[in-house]
Write a protein that binds this ligand. Structure first.
Ligand code: ADP
Length: 662
């Protein structure tokens, strides 16, 4: 090494020759004066200075162009080395630092120092520095460092991404409403998300580490072996519906999807399962099932109820057929038939009403009306039933009229339905109370009875379709739609109904509320002037494809003194009318081959057809049906079964004006 040369004199030619020829930067400085004793040509050249600038400026000049960040480090090291050198050691450590080129660029130097000359006392006189320009090396190093740090940054980013993945997964798991749970193959719970906490009621801390049987009901514990068996065999289990136990002891219906957890090499080490709470769905299904069951029961009840009146009607008809039947027996038989018929008609009317209501086809004939009037017609309709059961009946009415807006016929039907139920579900000889009063902006109507009452558990359902309670000892059963009809009719009037009963045998109270009308009811004056008429007979053609309906109607008219003729369908009616020249045609609508609408059009087109009175007699009584009938040329519309009174009244208006008022 050059630093260990034994040269002591910078003017030594040999020393100069060598130092000028080597590609290193060589300098010798005096540690006491700080002056350069020698600087080779390479050093100033490298840094863009003249050799003189170094020689003149000495060490302070060199310091002035040394990078401030490196200065302290090299000064300390140098001082340290000099101190030891003074004690006879030569332990200079190489150091690296930056020096400034005249053009402003920094050059990295690697400098090796050594004692150049000592004084007589052995202390250091001067130091030889041999430096190499390592800028390029440093640049490469720094480039490498940059690359390294870029790579490091990239790696850090990648790592963060990798670290993030589980957290994305975790947040998905935690935000799921489903329970997501994993367990080892021995059934120990390993993870438990928020969904699991909500569904099963155990916190993660309570569940993790416990056996999965924590949430399995005793009677389903065998399922676990089956599940683990299938999972161990690598199978997935999809949508397995079962029940699990909540912390609060409640059983819940759940659907399980379970898959095996595998290690990287495919070994199955556990199971992950997703449990979905399907309680709501199950409840819904069971409601649907219950509804279905009620419907089936209803059909059975319906068949039974419609069949019941047939036996007495049939016996009564047989009695009437007997040749020598006494007139009292005949009257009795007719009475039976009429009563049973009325009962059946009521059932069928209720059925039709309910089907109209459920299909939104029921129309209200709304007007201003008065509660007392409604109650009177309701009582009139239910009175026979109340009297037949020998009930005591109390009615309490307000002193002032209560005005409401509604369809009086439908509202009377509501009250009459409640009264009939009260009569039906009260053992004979009971008491029924009917009252009306106002309460705030409402008219209140209550129907109370001393009857069999309604069990509390049935009360919330009593207005549902087809719901029937206890059998009444003294009454025929209905169809379980009466109260549904009542409730729906009231809803159509913006009214409400509630039931109160303390339970079996404590009687029942039904409370109806209807909004009050803000103005007083129209006072309608009904006059019942009944003119006595001289019945001049009408020529009436009766048309129906139902033989019984045809013959019975024809008989009523004939007995009334009219001249009748029959036809069994539309085409026949058109044909017969030409020969018979009727004044009035009673025409059924639903008939095979030619229906009533078509027949009416053709009848109208016949000579004298314009003056013909054509009356539709049909089961279809909706306004739309009436409208259609009017368009087809019908003058009037009667709904089956035809009310004899209504028919005679109508015919009266058609009779030639030989009517005489007495
Ligand atoms: P139905 O009388 O045709 O069975 P409803 O819809 O009118 O049907 O009544 C439903 C059920 O409510 C009845 O089957 C009966 O059990 C019960 N119910 C109705 N009114 C009364 C009442 N006043 N007292 C006791 N039970 C009643």
């Amino acid at each position: 090494m050059i630093g260990r040369m034994r040269a002591r004199n910078v003017n030594d030619e040999y020393f100069k020759k060598i130092t000028e020829s080597i590609p290193a930067l060589v300098s010798v400085y005096n540690v006491h004066t700080g002056e350069y004793e020698y600087v080779n040509d390479a050093l100033p050249k490298l840094l863009g200075y003249e050799r003189e600038e170094f020689l003149k400026g000495g060490v302070p000049f060199a310091i002035s162009i040394t990078h401030p960040d490196d200065l302290k480090r090299i000064m300390d090291k140098n001082a340290d080395a000099l101190e030891r050198a003074d004690n006879g050691l030569n332990e200079f450590v190489p150091f690296e630092y930056r020096m400034l080129h005249k053009n402003g660029a920094w050059h990295w130097l690697h400098t090796d120092g050594s004692v150049f000359a000592r004084r007589e006392d052995g202390t250091v006189e001067s130091v030889l520095n041999i430096s190499l320009d390592i800028t390029e090396q440093k640049n490469i190093e720094s480039a490498l460092r940059t690359t390294k740090s870029e790579m490091h940054a990239l790696l850090t980013k990648l790592k963060a991404r990798v670290d993030e993945e589980p957290s994305i997964l975790e947040s998905i798991v935690n935000s799921s409403v489903d329970a997501i749970v994993s367990k080892s193959l021995d059934g120990i719970i390993r993870s438990w998300n928020k969904g699991a906490e909500n569904i099963f009621g155990y916190s993660a801390a309570e569940a993790i580490g416990k056996h999965i049987s924590l949430i399995i009901p005793h009677d389903r514990i065998d399922e676990e072996a089956m599940i683990l068996g299938r999972i161990s065999a690598g199978e997935d289990i999809q949508h397995y519906e079962t029940e699990r136990l909540r912390k609060d002891g409640r059983r819940i219906a759940i659907s399980l999807t379970i898959s095996p957890i595998r290690t990287a090499n495919g070994t199955i080490i556990g199971a992950s399962k997703i449990a979905r709470d399907i309680s709501d769905r199950k409840r819904h299904e069971s409601l649907l099932k219950e509804e279905e069951k009620r419907k089936d029961e209803f059909l059975a009840v319906l068949a039974h109820e419609l069949r019941n009146p047939l036996a007495p009607i049939s016996s009564a008809a047989q009695i009437l057929q007997l040749k020598d039947v006494a007139s009292s027996e005949a009257l009795w038989a007719v009475d039976v038939i009429q009563r049973q018929l009325a009962h059946m008609t009521r059932l069928i009317d209720d059925l039709l009403d309910i089907s109209r209501i459920t299909s939104n086809k029921l129309e209200l004939l709304t007007q201003k009306t008065e509660v007392t009037e409604i109650l009177h017609s309701a009582v009139e309709a239910s009175r026979p039933l109340i009297d037949a059961a020998k009930h005591t009946f109390h009615i309490s009415l307000p002193s002032k009229p209560i005005a409401i807006v509604g369809d009086p016929v439908r509202l009377a039907q509501v009250v009459s339905n409640l009264l009939s139920n009260a009569a039906k579900y009260t053992p004979d000889g009971g008491t029924i109370w009917l009252s009306a009063y106002t309460e705030g902006a409402h008219a209140v109507i209550t129907v109370r009875d001393s009857g069999i009452g309604i069990p509390r558990e049935l009360q919330p359902k009593i207005f549902d379709m087809f719901v029937q309670g206890m059998r009444s000892p003294n009454a025929t059963r209905g169809l379980g739609i009466g109260l549904t009809l009542v409730k729906r009719l009231l809803e159509m009037h913006r009214g409400t109904i509630e039931v109160q009963s303390k339970g079996a045998n404590f009687g029942s109270t039904f409370i109806v509320r209807l909004p009050l009308s803000r103005t007083a009811p129209d006072t309608q004056v009904h006059t019942h002037d009944e003119p006595s008429l001289h019945h001049s007979p009408l020529r009436i053609l009766v048309v129906d494809d139902n033989k019984d309906a045809l013959e019975s109607l024809e008989m009523v008219l004939r007995l009334q003194g009219d001249i009748t003729h029959v036809a069994h369908d539309g085409a026949e009616a058109v044909f017969e009318a030409q020969k018979f020249s009727p004044d009035v045609v009673l025409l059924d609508i639903g008939m095979p081959t030619m229906n009533g609408y078509e027949a009416a059009r053709r009848l109208r087109a016949q000579p004298h057809g314009e003056n013909l009175k054509i009356i539709a007699v049909t089961g279809w009584g909706q306004n739309a049906d009436k409208e259609r009938a009017r368009e087809a040329g019908f003058d009037h519309h009667l709904t089956k079964p035809v009310d004899a009174g209504a028919l005679s009244e109508l015919l009266l208006s058609y009779r030639p004006t030989t009517a005489l008022t007495r």
